[in-house]
Design a protein around this ligand. Structure first.
Ligand code: ADP
Length: 297
């Protein structure tokens, strides 16, 4: 049902007492290696909910690439579209200090080598998908090729993260554009209004068919250009333990339900529950709920 086109990274995490100054070495905790990257996260989140999910991505011919393929398969994702080689697997080097703040260096590696040509070669995967979900940890020209290629009855969902200026042709097919408040501010620049409603209207004016602004513990705001609806969808109240991956879980859930033909509001009502469930557990992929866990919430 759902094709995710995006990044796959190995997250290498070390806990530190404090960050090293230039030229300095500090000792940290044991290394933890987790599968990550927004594309890989979304595919796993959708599959765990029971979606038929496929991933179009590129990893290196190395141990991190094998870890990513293994975690996708374990979750039930179709990995026929995961290309191998061309550069080392993308890596995020993450240090976490005692207050929980992260410092992150990303090496895009193979993600930067997922090309428009790779998208054209995956024509049958794209044609089979009812919804395609894309983020920006891959080249913008590759995202633009996906936007150009999707047929009019395939839904195109974009989470512009990390935020970058978006071409008009890409914005025009987003249905929805899914942003958190930080991404909304980046895209709107100086024209951002004061309230989430102002921002959603400002984003709609840029051309997407619909917009979803995620609001953390406050849930999400849904704006649809077809109906003119601007509706807040509150999140269930939960004890938040770790918000890593919440946006990926939310977007995956939303995209999957849209692909199944649900309306935007209905899909968002499900997605806030999935996002809320994901913040109750540590980690990214480790925190993603099954459908039963969502209903139990
Ligand atoms: P991102 O993770 O991309 O910064 P948000 O923080 O807006 O995005 O979170 C995405 C979604 O995850 C929210 O729309 C909400 O459904 C859920 N969520 C995030 N934080 C919380 C929280 N503290 N309590 C309940 N739900 C949350």
């Amino acid at each position: 049902d759902l094709l995710v086109v995006g990044s796959a990274n190995a997250d290498l995490v070390i806990g530190v007492e404090r960050r090293p100054a230039p030229g300095e070495t500090v000792l940290g905790s044991d290394l933890a290696v987790h599968p990550g990257g927004k594309g890989a996260n979304q595919a796993v989140a959708a599959a765990r909910l029971g979606a038929g999910a496929a991933l179009l991505a590129r990893v290196g011919d190395d141990a991190h690439g094998r870890l990513l393929l293994e975690s996708q398969r374990a979750a039930g994702v179709d990995t026929a579209g995961v290309l191998v080689g061309g550069a080392p697997t993308g890596v995020a080097l993450i240090t976490v200090d005692p207050s929980g703040d992260n410092s992150i260096v990303v090496s895009p590696g193979a993600n930067a080598r997922l090309t428009p040509q790779d998208v054209r070669a995956a024509g049958s995967l794209l044609a089979a998908a009812r919804v395609v979900s894309v983020q920006l940890e891959i080249p913008l020209e590759t995202v633009a090729e996906v936007a150009r290629t999707v047929s009019s009855d395939t839904r195109f969902v974009l989470n512009p993260s990390p935020p970058a200026p978006l071409p008009e042709q890409v914005l025009a097919v987003c249905d929805p554009l899914v942003v958190n408040e930080h991404e909304a501010l980046f895209i709107l620049g100086g024209t951002a209004g004061d309230t989430p409603e102002d921002r959603a209207r400002g984003l709609l004016a840029l051309g997407p068919r619909s917009v979803v602004v995620t609001l953390g513990a406050a849930g999400a705001l849904v704006a649809d250009s077809r109906t003119g609806d601007l509706v807040r969808v509150p999140s269930p109240k939960v004890d938040a333990v770790d918000t890593t991956g919440a946006g990926d879980a939310f977007t995956a859930a939303l995209a999957w339900r849209l692909g199944r033909g649900e309306g935007l509001l209905e899909a968002a009502e499900f997605a806030v529950q999935v996002g809320a469930a994901a913040v109750t557990r540590k980690g990214a992929q480790d925190s993603f709920p099954t459908a039963d866990e969502v209903s139990a919430l």
